[in-house]
Ligand binder design. Structure first.
Ligand SMILES: Cc1cc2nc3c(=O)[nH]c(=O)nc-3n(C[C@H](O)[C@H](O)[C@H](O)COP(=O)(O)OP(=O)(O)OC[C@H]3O[C@@H](n4cnc5c(N)ncnc54)[C@H](O)[C@@H]3O)c2cc1C
Length: 682
């Protein structure tokens, strides 16, 4: 037997024994009814057993992690090998196509030589009849990706690399990120400051491996974040990157953040413990997950004994900036997924960093778009609002054409004979498309259901000040301020995050002071104020309440922008209505942070760029599978890098809980639907 296996076996045995001791300690020794040990010895016994437990769990976790990493790297190497083979194949194919093009009298645009035809709607019927016949050649497949957010780009990249002709449509005037978004006075603006957390492996891989950029040129260091309330500084989230010893979760977080909470009493913090059980229980089976989903996060907090103070001072503001709604309007299931992924999975899960200069669009999207356009002829069309997906004659199993409104040409255009469609839209976009596509609405009831879901308003503000304001941390959260009018709020000191390119923050003029980016989430109420009043609210009420020095600063320039229904709302009971990856229509798939991935479910959760990007890749993989069949699609599949494995204590507790409660489920199935829920959710 290999040495490692022997060690693992021995450790498992020791863990089991220490665990028994520990249970014995907790159940009997802590009670004063046991006379044979004095208080001092009893404490020492419990302490030593606890210490041993932590050490063994830690060693096993390291072993487990090593195994996982080994497996993951093997998978990655296999996947990358697969891709490099694919690349050789693709180069061959492209040559064939070029020859074909040359034979076709050197037709300059590949699209003109395609069977696909495009026309203004007046010509739609005649143009479809002029389509060239279908061939099985890879390059003849045309797939339209609707929406160029992270999900749309994930799909466009995966499909382009699978040798498919891709048309990417978005209502934004330039979705390639090449055109700078500037204010009226020529200063840069970006809709919302978005963080990159520790577990965003696919985005980091895109940046370093695909775009060959250096992480330190694109992202800041991981930064600390502060939470402010009307009482002052409430808490600071630390950074764990580079720490010598990471403890098992959640012990690590508890110990390491002991001094970081300035006001919240320890007993309130300890009341979080009940939620740990919900984490373990949440994914026991689909029915249990749906029960958690139907409950609100507020109900879950109450039932698990979380204190009101912890909810009001910490959880509510965190959810308002994490899922953009208060706990009473959020699904308990998605809330637990979010808390686990961003805070509980590993001690350093909450480590977050930001874009180091310019914007995400300029730093990541623009080079990605350029590479895909250069290497794969990706066709990106901005200012194009998709109106409808259309079926051909009686065939309701496949979408055959797409109609969009081109705001530059000011006319409707049809793309005929499409082989597949990726709907990488949020709820608002999907609603617009479904309302104009009666056949799609009729034949894909799941899309109609998804389009009935709500979305959340966001409002972003940038302030250019005449003085530098020093803050403890560059990223900050507003908590419990009446002036927020029910919104969640954050403020970011861009002069700190982007200090190497400060001139650019001022539109390439001399910097005069701090540049502050403030975002309001769930902003319907505060967004009704005028721009001037929003700026006043920030400068007179919110910012100086957090950091006094803002009182001495004046606004040199400002910009306020509103984004109605910009992000997914994970409301209670919404899970079953969220769009599935594969729709009822054979050649239509969905992508986006709100999409249910089924058996392709991925570790990144909630409103999350990494999740959106991965759903795009998976939607493309699904469409490639549908288009080319199992054998051919294997080689074309875009790899997805998994999130770090769960820690051993989570794996063990989940397994034990599952085993015990499935027994209970079996017993109860005689009387009910067989999904027992400890907290009594229906
Ligand atoms: C203010 C703010 C702060 C955030 N902070 C973070 C953060 O810190 N970290 C993080 O990971 N995530 C953050 N997020 C969430 C993250 O940005 C999203 O989860 C992610 O971008 C969703 O990507 P998507 O592709 O699914 O959707 P979207 O980005 O919404 O893309 C959908 C696209 O579809 C287009 N579209 C809509 N309708 C049509 C139509 N009819 N025709 C053509 N195109 C259409 C839209 O123009 C849009 O470009 C934040 C979001 C916001 C708004």
């Amino acid at each position: 037997m290999p040495k490692r296996l022997r060690l693992e076996k021995r450790l498992s045995r020791s863990l089991f024994i220490v665990l028994l001791h520990y249970l014995f300690c907790v159940s009997f020794l802590s009670s004063s009814t046991v006379p044979f040990l004095d208080q001092y010895r009893r404490r020492r016994y419990i302490g030593t057993t606890h210490f041993l437990l932590v050490v063994i769990v830690r060693i096993m976790q390291n072993l487990f992690q090593k195994n996982q990493n080994q497996n993951t790297s093997i998978d990655r190497i296999r996947a990358l090998n697969g891709r490099s083979n694919d690349k050789h194949r693709r180069i061959g194919n492209r040559r064939t196509t070029r020859t074909k093009k040359n034979a076709n009298n050197n037709s300059s645009s590949s699209s003109s030589s395609r069977r696909r035809t495009e026309s203004s709607s007046a010509l739609a019927s005649s143009s479809s009849s002029s389509s060239t016949p279908k061939t099985d050649d890879d390059e003849e497949k045309t797939i339209v990706v609707v929406g160029a957010g992270w999900a749309g780009w994930g799909a466009a990249k995966a499909l382009s690399e699978a040798n498919v002709k891709v048309i990417l449509l978005d209502g934004l005037s330039d979705p390639t990120g090449r055109t700078k978004d500037v204010t009226e006075s020529g200063k840069p603006f970006e809709a919302g400051v978005r963080g990159f957390w520790k577990d965003y492996p696919n985005i980091y891989n895109l940046v370093t491996e695909y775009l060959k950029l250096r992480e330190e040129d694109v992202f800041t260091e991981y930064t600390r974040s502060s939470f402010y309330s009307p009482d002052g500084l409430e808490a600071t989230a630390p950074v764990f990157a580079g720490a010598d010893l990471l403890l098992p979760s959640p012990l690590g977080q508890v110990f390491a953040t002991f001094d970081n909470f300035k006001r919240l009493p320890i007993q309130d913090r300890a009341s979080m413990i009940g939620l740990l059980y919900a984490v373990v229980d949440l994914n026991r089976n689909e029915k249990v997950f749906e029960k958690y989903d139907r409950a609100t996060a507020h109900e879950l907090f109450a039932k698990t004994g979380v204190s009101k103070r912890l909810v009001d001072d910490f959880l509510k503001p965190t959810l308002l900036v994490g899922l953009f709604k208060p706990p009473e309007e959020l699904s308990a299931a998605v809330t637990m997924e979010l808390l686990y992924y961003y805070a509980l999975a590993h001690q350093d899960s909450f480590d977050v960093r930001w874009i180091k200069s310019k914007s995400i669009a300029e730093m990541i999207v623009a080079p990605m778009a350029e590479k895909l356009q250069k290497e794969h002829d990706l066709d990106v069309r901005g200012g194009c609002f998709v109106k409808s997906l259309n079926f051909k004659n009686g065939d309701k199993s496949r979408v055959d054409s797409i109609t969009y409104f081109d705001t530059k040409l000011k006319k409707e255009i049809d793309i005929d004979c499409v082989d597949g469609v990726v709907l990488a839209l949020g709820a608002k976009g999907l609603k617009q498309v479904i309302s104009k596509s009666p056949d799609l609405a009729k034949n894909a009831p799941e899309l109609t259901a998804a389009s009935s879901l709500g979305a959340i308003d966001v409002c972003s503000v940038r302030l250019w000040l005449d003085k530098y304001v020093a803050t403890d941390t560059p990223a900050n959260v507003f908590s419990r301020f009446d002036a927020l009018r029910g919104a969640g709020g954050t403020f970011f000191m861009l002069d700190q995050n982007q200090k190497d390119s400060e001139n650019e923050l001022w539109g390439n003029k001399d910097p005069r002071g701090s540049v502050v980016a403030c975002d309001f989430y769930n902003s319907s109420s505060i967004a009704t104020l005028s721009d001037e009043d929003i700026v006043k609210t920030l400068m007179n009420e919110l910012l100086p309440e957090c950091v006094e020095a803002f009182r001495d600063a004046n606004v040199v320039d400002s910009c306020v922008r509103r984004y109605p229904q910009a992000v997914s709302h994970f409301s209670p009971g919404s899970f079953s209505k969220r769009p599935p990856l594969q729709t009822s229509i054979d050649n239509v798939v969905c992508a986006g942070d709100w999409v249910r991935l089924g058996d392709r479910e991925f570790g990144a959760k909630g409103l999350c760029q990494e999740r959106a990007f991965v759903t795009g890749i998976e939607a493309a993989n699904e469409l490639v599978f549908k288009t080319f069949g199992k054998a051919a699609s294997e080689a074309k599949k875009h790899p997805v890098i998994p999130i770090r494995a769960d820690e051993l204590q989570v794996v063990l507790s989940t397994a034990v809980n599952k085993r015990v409660l499935e027994g209970v489920d079996d017993m109860l199935s005689v009387f009910s639907d067989g999904a027992f829920n400890v907290f009594g959710f229906r």
